[in-house]
Design a protein around this ligand. Structure first.
Ligand SMILES: [Zn+2]
Length: 203
């Protein structure tokens, strides 16, 4: 069982780190330093050839255009906790029915996305409370503004964590089972985050 004090300290630390990250990236952006390699912040684990392609898109100022083309309908209807809860439960019922019930699903505006931990930093963990039966899924409120397939990808990611704690092979297989385009969507999510970073927007 996690120590509540330790848990609180960890959360506080994450919060402070998140705020500091946003502050410094903005500072770097304004100072011009940022032009060095911002592309790699969210793409560090991808092959060099992919990174080079993205960097070239950024250099041409075409990243936003490419994403808009790929996701022509950026706004979706899941804008509140109730609809997020329903959507998540439908997916759970369909794919991971036997996993522990999820008591709460909500958007959380306090989750800030940073690069240090890769995907996991912007997808909150399933919080195991005192009772195993009480599972919560918190999704960054930023996903209200992102295209629907990316929101779905994050929900799928969180649901897969009900079965697999780590990002191992079984975890990604489960993700792909729930969403066949999972890997492409995760990459695209990273592109959206890269774009926001370049535009100096909050993550
Ligand atoms: Zn994860």
């Amino acid at each position: 069982m996690p120590d509540p004090v330790q848990l609180y300290q960890q959360r506080l630390k994450r919060k402070v780190h998140g705020a500091a990250f946003i502050f410094y990236t903005r500072l770097l952006f304004r100072s011009g330093w940022f032009a060095v390699e911002p592309v790699f912040t969210f793409l560090s684990s991808y092959p060099e050839a992919i990174k080079a392609q993205v960097q070239s898109l950024v250099a041409q100022g075409r990243l936003a255009e490419v994403l808009a083309k790929r996701y022509p309908e950026p706004l979706h209807e899941i804008q509140n906790d109730k609809s997020l809860y329903q959507f998540t439960q439908e997916l759970k019922q369909r794919f991971v029915k036997s996993s522990p019930p999820v008591s709460k699903v909500c958007f959380d505006s306090k989750i800030h996305l940073d690069n240090s931990l890769g995907l996991h930093s912007f997808v909150s963990r399933v919080q195991g409370g005192k009772l195993k039966a009480k599972q919560e899924i918190r999704i960054s409120a930023l996903f209200k503004q992102l295209p629907f397939p990316l929101l779905k990808m994050v929900v799928v990611h969180e649901l897969a964590h009900l079965r697999e704690k780590d990002h191992n092979k079984a975890f990604y297989q489960l993700c792909q089972h729930m969403e066949p385009q999972y890997h492409q969507l995760e990459f695209d999510l990273r592109l959206f985050l890269t774009l926001r970073l370049l535009e100096g927007k909050a993550l």
